[in-house]
Design a binder for this molecule. Structure first.
Ligand code: SAM
Length: 179
């Protein structure tokens, strides 16, 4: 636990877990993490035996489980790769962030492209009543584009985590109860 606490991003996953994905029932839950990085979030969630984690990253392999695919989610064969897990997921989390350019229009397009990709992913791989959580930077009020999520989820929130830097425009979308 000491090891985990030293990472800033751990406080984010702890907050997400406690507020949004803490289930009372102990039934096994399958979680897909897109952009699993060095595995900080994966390591934290793995503490809970009720979770089985599947992760994807284009650079790092944290080597925490056998359920990892190194790939770029924008590659053509990404869906084929995901099928290798042979699962639908209870929770899909995306913590992908490109090296932002600082040019708002460019970064806006990146998050829009990411959002369209994620829409395809959850429609194919999220279980009914599942949860989708993804990070975005609210450039040019991009959040308005995400209101379409309300068609697919009963409960959609856009939140600023207490644990995220106060002066950043980083938000997380928390979408619950996939229809
Ligand atoms: C902010 S880090 C995630 C950190 C992670 N939450 C953790 O626990 O360590 C974002 C990750 O997204 C990955 N990434 C960026 N673009 C990607 C893409 N197109 N496909 C897959 N992974 C991507 C990066 O390699 C990076 O590891």
């Amino acid at each position: 636990m000491k090891f985990i606490k030293k990472y800033h991003s751990t406080s984010k996953i702890i907050e997400i877990y406690k507020k949004y994905i803490k289930f009372s029932k102990c039934k096994k839950k399958y979680i897909l993490i897109l952009g699993s990085g060095k595995g900080v979030w994966e390591k934290y969630l793995s503490i809970y035996k009720k979770f089985q984690i599947f992760s994807v990253d284009c650079l790092y392999n944290a080597n925490l489980s056998n359920f990892f695919i190194r790939t770029d989610i924008f590659k053509k064969n990404f869906f084929f790769d995901l099928c290798l897990f042979k699962k639908k997921f209870d929770i899909i989390i995306c913590d992908i962030c490109c090296n932002l350019s600082g040019i708002k229009e460019k970064d806006y397009s990146f998050f829009l492209k990411l959002f369209y990709k994620l829409s395809k992913v959850y429609k194919k791989f999220l279980k009914k009543n599942g949860i989708l959580i993804f990070k975005f930077i609210n450039y040019c009020n991009i959040v308005k584009k995400f209101y379409v999520l309300k068609k697919d989820f009963i409960n959609v929130k856009f939140v600023k985590l207490i644990s995220s830097k106060k002066n950043s425009s980083e938000f997380y979308s928390i979408c619950k109860y996939f229809k």
